[in-house]
Design a protein around this ligand. Structure first.
Ligand SMILES: C[S@@+](CC[C@H](N)C(=O)[O-])C[C@H]1O[C@@H](n2cnc3c(N)ncnc32)[C@H](O)[C@@H]1O
Length: 203
């Protein structure tokens, strides 16, 4: 009997990728764009932050280390376990949720000052992007911000499914004021010229 191959975007498929070894998307460090942001004069004030599709949690830990009250969500058990081990080793206090992001509402509606996006938007089916926008708008407080590293590569297929600045404007503008959406200068070498950083405020 052969084991069934899970559908590529299912929790089982992401879990298999984690169990298979070092996941190729895992930078082993926070996204450089977040490091630049928090070191800048425009750094957001600390507050509650939800990290979507957090993976092993390098971004989640980074924001927690800088005083944010972090909730990290991912539906792959191995990712959450790896993040839990890190939080214990570093004696950090993060809330970890092994959940589908689309199941967070209504329970967590309106609870977060920030949503942190880094390679989750590119990991869901493109048909779910309007639902993702609604979800993030629902999870944020009024005036809350989405801080997002968008993967703007132009290759076909996925995951990772690329996006464009034009699509970000078209999808998010009904719910968000786009404060900035700029090419990232200090991406890791494998993503040079293929990322935009967006700061979007919920209307
Ligand atoms: C490309 S990985 C990125 C992980 C992490 N953000 C990073 O940069 O290392 C995408 C992550 O999103 C998670 N994911 C995808 N769809 C999800 C969903 N609907 N709900 C929760 N997690 C999801 C996967 O399990 C995976 O850990």
């Amino acid at each position: 009997m052969t084991a069934q191959t899970p559908s590529p975007l299912s929790p089982a498929a992401w879990e298999q990728r984690y169990q298979a070894g070092t996941p190729r998307w895992d930078l082993g460090q926070p996204a450089p764009a977040f490091q630049t942001l928090l070191a800048s004069a425009y750094a957001p004030r600390v507050g509650s932050a939800l990290v979507l599709g957090a993976g092993r949690g390098h971004d989640a830990i980074f924001f927690a280390q800088r005083g944010f009250e972090v909730t990290a969500v991912d539906f792959a058990p191995s990712a959450i376990q790896a993040l839990e081990a890190q939080t214990q080793a570093q004696n950090l206090n993060l809330r970890l949720l092994e959940r589908d992001i689309f199941d967070l509402v209504p329970e967590f509606a309106g609870q977060f000052a920030y949503a942190i996006e880094h390679t989750c938007f590119c990991a869901i089916a493109p048909s779910l992007r309007p639902a993702y926008v609604d979800l993030v708008a629902n999870l944020l407080t009024p005036g809350g911000e989405l801080l997002a590293v968008f993967f703007t590569h132009r290759r076909s297929g996925g995951p990772p499914f690329g996006t464009t600045p034009a699509e970000v404007h078209q999808l998010f503008e009904p719910h968000f004021e786009i404060l900035s959406l700029d090419p990232i200068a200090n991406s890791v070498p494998s993503r040079q010229g293929e990322e935009h950083f967006g700061r979007l405020r919920r209307r």
